[in-house]
Design a protein around this ligand. Sequence first.
Ligand code: NAD
Ligand code: IPM
Ligand code: MN
Length: 344
Amino acid sequence: MSPAPYSVCLIPGDGIGPEVVDCGRRVLAALADGRGGPSFTFTRQAAGFDAYRQGGDSLPAAMLRAAEAADAVLVGAMDVARLPVDATQPLRALRRHFKVHASVRPARTFPGVPAPFGQIDAVVVREVTEGMYSGIEYRAGDHAACGVRMITRQASTRAARITFQQAAVRRRKVTAVHKIGALKLTDSIFLEAVERVAEEFPEVQLETRNVDACALELVRSPADFDVILATNAFGDILSDVAAGLAGGLGLAPSGCVGERRAYFEPVHGTAPDIAGQGVANPLATVLSAALMLRHLGERTAAEAIDASVADVLAAGGPRTRDLGGSAGSAEITDAVINALSGAG
Ligand code: NAD
Ligand code: IPM
Ligand code: MN
């Protein structure tokens, strides 16, 4: 008897989200198709700007229930910038609802993809529930507004633990990023939490860097970094920098992980400039689906996807426009599926 299929809740979102999530779904479905890999059932749920425009809610309760009931969740992207100020910021709300403490964002150069600044094999772990994106903003008169950068020991500790767990099975080096000169109270809380967690992992080396200097060093010597831990906004920025060093947002996957739940999504956004044209690079989402499989314990299937993406990129085969080619999303997805070998 074959094992029960995994139920996957797809949350395509806005812009290129539905296009790339459909590519991810096709690759997942292909794993069982004569390749002996796991099988899946899929449900689709609306969230983001279109959901808000159509139903008045950017994060519908029905979507949250479906996501909770599923074995795994794959998200596209949401057009957060177009939501009005009084609408729920769906990404923050989803991350808080699922109690996922950190977004784990690997950045790895692929053979065949130019890396003008040198090789990188790093992971940015970004706290995703508080910090500069806490969502606490208020007006201060007619011509000013304030935003609160909330940092707690609890959230910092949780993100740090995920970071050190990653580093312990990698090259055992953590770079914690701060701006202690400007943010004395908040970044003291953050760094103290990191130092405490570091004591649980004596085999892992901890260094700390100011965020500005870290951004420069990341571009100058990407190979020096293993796991980078950052508060919310710094991690948002540094994970795009790391993605750029590794070949661009079209190749950057991520997973938001907590103690009980997780969900997976590309690092990129809705790319309004190319949405609807079928030219988005689907590989960030396909690689996010591989991270999702690893989380489910389906290592062989995850490795099969990673290997087929690497093969397609190394073979000098079709490429989307962001990588200098002219292929569409569907063509790249077909190439990945054709390159898939045994996945069971
Ligand atoms: P973006 O990541 O959408 O796009 C930045 C640039 O990268 C654009 O030129 C775009 O065409 C390109 N790009 C992104 N993904 C690509 C892909 N898969 N293939 C080829 N090119 C790709 O960032 P933005 O323009 O700053 O933001 C657009 C919207 O997306 C905003 O509303 C923003 O808030 C939202 N956003 C959402 C998420 C998310 O849902 N996780 C992440 C980032 C941005
Ligand atoms: C990301 C995005 C979002 C974030 C934005 C759109 C709010 O940039 O997930 O990287 O930073 O939380
Ligand atoms: Mn971002």
